[in-house]
Design a protein around this ligand. Structure first.
Ligand code: MG
Length: 373
């Protein structure tokens, strides 16, 4: 007999997990990632999980782990209890109507619904998205180290371990310093390794143009989010004036934003993240817009545990336009994890998950270890 998918309980757990080394970006230097985990249990006894990873409070966007918890507990959980978890799309639409913005909160709930449905049907979530188009996704490692010497050493170690793609976090320093970092990293890793740069909105238009032109000799795959997220015109203009492809990340949260970026032209790559786009359905919509506009995609991260990573991975496996790989390295940078068997990596890639639901089993004892008290 099929399991009763009526939602019986929605719980949110806050947790903090330190990173193995400080992670320096244009807007903050991170010592720990803050998480809101969502646990949804059905009357039939099935449990689905979702995760929102936040980078030290409302720094990357307006949301924090605390705001995610408040929104879900007060404005989602009360009406979600008693509803049919099988109705992912109707529930997604209702959630969007009742909760403006707050995509991280909505994404964490939607992830748990997908997990429940995959488990109920005994299939991985990528099957529900049309099946996987790849069995592994090339992995980018983010170089965001506080000391330039340690950064070169980290790049060398990662190359020895099989990593072939690096993203260099910039715009926390003057442009000349960042250009010198990129020059030294290119020299250290050699010509066969992919390098990308992420400014995390840290430059204004003239600085971005000067920086990208100065970086052109180092054979970058792309430059990510050079200007503030609201400056779509500036990003399009810069993309037209440089030879390096430009990728939108913070600017591309919703399908509406993806459409606006596509219409302005110039930008050729969209970064996908389940949390900024309120879940899997919103993210797949952006991938379709990219495909229709002749653009390609990359799967970013917010430094998720194996749980959130598994959710992002389902999209990276199923969305054909994801031709630039992913940066689902969260489990490698975090000091702890919340699942029984972490996601697996080999030869510079993250491997497909084919178990039911999101494909990982949450270890509630491990979660209790990092739960905020
Ligand atoms: Mg980014």
């Amino acid at each position: 007999m099929p399991s009763d998918l009526t939602i019986a309980e929605v719980r949110v757990v806050l947790a903090d997990i330190p990173v193995k080394r400080p992670h320096k970006m244009s807007f903050t230097t991170l010592e720990a990632v803050n998480f809101a985990f969502v646990r949804i249990e059905t009357r039939g006894g099935l449990v689905g999980w979702g995760e929102a990873a936040c980078l030290g409070g409302p720094t990357w966007s307006e949301e924090s782990a605390e705001s995610v918890q408040a929104v879900i507990e007060r404005y989602v959980a009360p009406w979600l209890v008693g509803r049919d978890a099988a109705e992912i799309e109707p529930l997604r639409r209702e959630m969007a109507r009742r909760v403006q913005g707050n995509p991280f909160a909505r994404a964490a709930v939607e992830m748990a619904l997908w997990d429940l449905n995959g488990r109920a049907l005994g299939v991985p979530v990528h099957r529900l998205l049309g099946g996987r188009v790849r069995d592994r996704v090339p992995l980018s490692w983010s170089l965001a180290v506080t000391s330039p010497e340690a950064e070169i050493e980290e790049a060398r170690q990662k190359v020895a371990l099989g990593h072939r793609i690096f993203k260099i976090k910039t715009a926390a320093h003057p442009v000349a310093h960042d250009v010198e970092r990129v020059r030294r990293i290119r020299e250290a890793v050699g010509p066969g390794v992919s390098l990308r740069v992420d400014a995390n909105q840290g430059w204004d238009r003239p600085t971005a143009l000067a920086a990208i032109r100065a970086l052109e000799p180092y054979d970058l795959d792309f430059v990510e989010q050079p200007v503030p997220r609201w400056d779509l015109d500036g990003m399009a203009e810069i993309a037209r004036r440089v030879t390096v492809p430009v990728m939108a990340d913070e600017s591309c949260g919703s399908p509406h934003e993806a459409l606006a970026i596509a219409r302005l032209g110039g930008v050729s790559i969209l970064a996908l993240k389940l949390t900024k786009s309120a879940g899997i359905l919103g993210t797949m919509a952006i991938a379709r817009i990219a495909e229709a506009a002749g653009m390609s995609c990359y799967v970013g991260c917010m430094i998720e545990t194996s749980l959130g990573t598994a959710a992002y991975l389902q999209v990276a496996l199923a969305a054909a336009p994801v031709t630039w790989g992913c940066e689902l390295f969260g489990p490698l940078l975090l000091k702890g994890d919340v699942v029984r068997r972490p996601v697996q990596y080999a030869d510079g890639a993250i491997l497909a998950l084919d178990d039911p639901g999101l494909g990982v089993e949450v270890d509630e004892a491990a979660l209790r270890e990092c739960t905020r008290r």
